[in-house]
Each structure stands twice: as C-alpha cells, then as structure tokens.
Design a protein around this ligand. Sequence first.
Ligand SMILES: *Cc1c(COP(=O)(O)O)cnc(C)c1O
Length: 402
Amino acid sequence: MNAQEVIELEQSHVLGVYGRAPFVLERGEGSTLYDTEGRAYLDCVAGIAVNALGYHDAGVTQALQAAAATGMLHVSNLYHTAPHARLAALLCESSFADKVHFCNSGAEANEGAFKFARRYGRAHGGEDKVEILAFTNAFHGRTMGALAATPRPKYQDPFKPLMPGVRFAGFNDLASARAQMDDRICAIIVEPIQGEGGVHVATPEFLAGLRRLADEFNALLIYDEVQCGVGRTGSLWAHQGYGDGKDRDAFAPDILTAAKPLAAGLPIGAILMRQRVAEAIHKGDHGSTFAGGPLVTSVAHHVVTRIAQPEFLAAVQAKGKLLHDLLAEINSPHIVEIRGKGLMVGVELDIEAADIVNRGYAEGLILVNAGPNVLRLVPPLVITTAEIHDVVARLTRILHAL
Ligand SMILES: *Cc1c(COP(=O)(O)O)cnc(C)c1O
C-alpha cells in the first residue's frame, strides 16, 4: 500500500474524530520520525507528550522483550505480580504518595480520582460532600466525569448531560477559587501546568493557596499531572519544581494522576494518593480488567527509573532553557508570548497555530497546537541540543516566510 492508499483506507473505515496529517508514519529513531516516502521529521509532539524517551530506545526495547519473554502479557488484578508491586513502590518512593492504583489512560485516572474523592468526602463530611472545583482552560479528558471538569463548550455541549457537581473558578485566580469553596466541595482538581488549554503555568501563590483552601474546607487537592508529570518540566513531578525543597508540603497534593509518558507509549494511568485517601477506599470499590499488567508496569518501571535520575532531570532543565532562549530570539511580529517550563513550551501567536503546524510538515517539523493560537512544543525528553537548534531554525524559517 502506498501513502495515498493508506490514507484512503483509513478515511473509509476509521471514525473521523481526528484530523490527520497528510503523510503515513512508518518508523522512528531518537527524536525523528520517518514516513513511508522516506521523509524525516523532527518530532516536537512526541505522541502528545507520551514518547518521553523518543523512538527505538534500547532500554525500553529490552524491558519490553524481558517482560514478553515471561509469556504473561496480562494477568488479572486478582493475582500478584512483581512488576506491578515494584512500580507502585517506586512511584511512592519518588513522591508524596503512600498508595497507587493503576488504570489505562489519563481520563480514567481522573475518573478514579473523582470516585476516590467522593468516597473520601462522604466518609469525612457527610452525604453532600461530593462536588469538585476545577478551573478555566482545564483539560482532564473526554469521558463523562473528566469532561464535566473540562470547561470547553465544543467538547461538552454535544454530550450533555455530564456528571453533575462540578464548579469552576479562574486559573491562577485564588480569590475566585475561594469564592467557589464551601463544605460541599470534596476536591479541587488542577493541572500545575495546563497543557491542552494553552500551556499556562500555575503560579506558586496559586498552588500554595489551593493547598491551604483544600485544608481549610477539608477537601482533597488533586493534581492532574497527566501531561506535565514524569520529568516533562525538569522535575519528576511538576509540582516538585515549586518551592525551595524545604516547603515541599506547601505544594503537595493528596491525589496525583499520571498517564501519558509513564510507560513509553504503552497505555497506562496511575492514581497516586496519601494514606488517608487510601483508607477511605475499600475492596470492590473500583477496578479495571487490563490495568497494571506485568508488561506495561515493567516498561513503566524502566521509564520512571531513567527519568528520575538527577542527571536526566538536569538535562531536561538545561534543554528547556535552551529551547526557551532560542525561541525568544526569533524576531517575528507574530509571537505574542512564550510560556512553559522545561520541555513543555507554548508559543502564543497572533495567527492560527494550525497554519504553522501545516507549514511545519514541509520543513520536516512535527508540531501541534494547544488551542487556536498557541503552538505547543513537547518533544521527546531525550532530544539533543543540536536538534533543538535545528527545530528553532526551521520554525524561524516558517515564521519569516509568512
Ligand atoms: C491528555 C490529558 C488527559 C487525558 O488523557 P487520555 O489518556 O487522553 O485520556 C487528562 N489530563 C491532562 C492534563 C491531559 O493532558
């Protein structure tokens, strides 16, 4: 099949909820993807912040092969396996958490977090303590509960009624969050760095303020680190980049959801939680057939071990700074603002970001937007400094040719 035949076959048989780029990808190496015509693309999307270790990583391949060699791709959660136990322990050691529950995606992690928060709220605050506070420009997923906390009419309206009991306040607006709080709120959910909503970084005052508000109203603080977690911002968990290390508790959540990069491209989600949350959840309260199987948890253990190394995280910080600095040197009247942290960068434009994404393909550059006017750069965390120079040179050519 040539590229055109593949594209036509997909268009005939695959539900059209995605607009797809006009080429067919065939293989990847490092931070480069190749299409069926042999064209190379520098990848600044990484499967939407999933392929943190890039393509064809030797360690990932080895972890996959070793796990596959046991013959057990899947084992039910009715049985114990070592990879499942080891990954849970590693995630607890590397975070605020005491317990972990696995699932299969970001949306599913947030659904689970909402269920756990309602269970906890009822146990500690009575029947009515079931409502959730979320924020403007948030993205928490496409399932009915997660969608209810994702305030975008285009995503929500065709699918109403959604899960009731969600309120909204302004992102980075502590006063508006306080105005929404009362004893019926069981949880506040926030992305420390908003991804889909346009790459907006929470201020330290905002996160610390939400922590205090949650405590004051006996509610749980949930961080959705599905996109910004696992090294993306230069610390293993994005919120660990806040404060000076001594005031860790001022920025720590009660629940954290992770997914995208956690297993190098295999589907996984995780809900990390404190002991007091875990104590409110009982046998039979929640579950998933596929979640936490030995293959996916073996690969995730490799990913987290690699990314948690201080040298790896320091390199993400340095490369993130380089990317940010080089972008800031582009002399284009179309750049309104450059935002982000580490290798999660948003470039706000005064034109449609989709136009730049399309022009990128001809320059051998894979880009994605985050909302109509923001170009989002979330390359593999293993991207080299030479490749970062190359990315910015190509983007500069595109902007200057407008
Ligand atoms: C992508 C994303 C989700 C949804 O994850 P899926 O795996 O697509 O369900 C939730 N929250 C954030 C912050 C995300 O970026």
